[in-house]
Design a protein around this ligand. Structure first.
Ligand code: NAP
Length: 351
């Protein structure tokens, strides 16, 4: 998997395959030269001051954002609607959905934005959303797996009996993405952008107690869910390459951003919440935190299989660039095990 010291040899999807086919007609040496130049260009980091001004027109693109009712997901929806995309916000609460749409339409009067109800911690709700979208959309160009909860003090369980953070942050997205692969494959530039966190570097996949039934530590469970989605984002790129789906799977994280995540998780009065509140003037706004995701979702040069985030102050904030990939996220054997377990738990097989 891509990190700052390795060279991506995946990443150009359909274009790469087209180039190789074309080059083969001229002989292998031309292929090698072409691959070398592709690698050089694929290594190019985003320009550090990349901003929403750099988003190319998204006219005609259909984007689904989980958790677009607040925080980074809302900012993704606003920026993508402004760029002309048809945006679908998928979250639990229709009232929050209507408020988000009204706010977007205040700034972007001709915004094409809709709400779809889904509870990612309920597999039947995830199936319902995927079924509705598969029935009514001609294709899906971008899926942004953004929704999450963080560190509820008590262990919660999803409708299907899974630990609530693993269910919401990872398993729901695993299932949703798998069910939407056929729709994504109808796009000429399909992308899946998945939100991880610097917390992933503190995570371990505890296969012996994945659902934290024996011991629940709210922060360890959050870190595990964010490591799981990162490791799976990389595995999805490998799967896409192997199956020639042409899907770019890209991971992103916002650094630390002021959103509703802490208030709705551990709470602002918790020890964690109080420490967080002390530093909040220095954190990214939700709009700044959304930039790595927006780059991954729209920049023509965004690298398949890459991980983007801020590059300053231990990646808590600062200019956009390649994020550091925790070693655990590159463990291919773990990723294969996670994929198998995820298929078993969700009943969703990718095809
Ligand atoms: N904020 C940070 O500093 C930070 C740092 C690292 C990573 N991240 C990541 O960034 C992403 C966005 O978080 P945020 O900070 O913007 O948080 P936020 O403001 O709390 O937004 C979270 C969104 O997720 C939705 N959501 C929660 N549970 C859901 C469920 N079961 N089904 C469907 N939607 C659900 C919420 O919508 P409803 O409640 O309306 O359903 C809300 O729109 C997350 O993946 C988070 O892990 C954030």
């Amino acid at each position: 998997m891509w990190n700052k010291t390795t060279t991506p040899v995946i990443g150009l999807g359909k274009n790469f395959n087209r180039l190789v086919r074309w080059a083969r007609t001229f002989g292998a040496s031309v292929v090698l030269l072409s691959v070398a130049s592709i690698e050089a260009s694929a290594r190019v980091a985003p320009k550090p001051d990349w901003s929403t001004q750099d988003i190319p027109s998204q006219m005609g693109r259909i984007v689904l954002i989980t958790g677009g009712t607040s925080g980074m997901g809302y900012e993704d929806a606003l920026a993508l609607a402004r760029a002309g995309a048809e945006v679908i916000i998928a979250a639990r609460n229709p009232e929050r959905g209507a408020e988000a749409i009204a706010r977007i339409q205040q700034s972007v009067p001709n915004a094409k934005v809709q709400f779809e109800a889904v509870d990612l911690a309920n597999l039947s709700s995830v199936h319902g959303l995927a079924q509705r979208l598969n029935q009514r959309l001609p294709r899906l160009d971008v899926l942004i797996n953004n929704a999450a909860i963080m560190a509820p003090p008590e262990r919660g369980a999803s409708a299907d009996g899974f630990e609530l953070q693993l269910a919401t942050n990872y398993l729901g997205h695993f299932a949703l993405t798998g069910l939407l692969v056929p729709l994504l494959r109808q796009s000429d530039d399909p992308r899946v952008v998945s939100l991880s966190s610097i917390a992933a570097s503190r995570g371990t996949l505890n296969f012996a107690d994945l659902q934290a039934e024996q011991k629940y530590d709210p922060y360890a469970a959050y870190a595990q869910s964010k490591l799981a989605i990162l490791q799976w984002a990389f595995a999805l790129q490998r799967r896409s390459d192997a199956e020639k789906w042409g899907i770019r799977s890209i991971a992103a994280h916002p650094g630390v951003a002021v959103t509703e995540l802490i208030a709705r998780g551990p709470g602002l009065n918790s020890e964690f919440g109080q420490r967080w509140a002390e530093g909040r003037d220095a954190y990214h706004s939700a709009a700044q935190g959304a930039l790595p995701t927006l780059y991954a979702a729209t920049a023509p040069e965004a690298v398949a299989g890459a991980y983007y985030g801020p590059t300053g102050d231990e990646e808590k904030r600062g200019p956009l660039g390649f994020a550091k990939t925790p070693a655990a996220a590159t463990e291919v054997a773990d990723a294969e095990q996670l994929w198998t377990v995820s298929e078993r738990l969700t009943g969703v097989t990718y095809r």
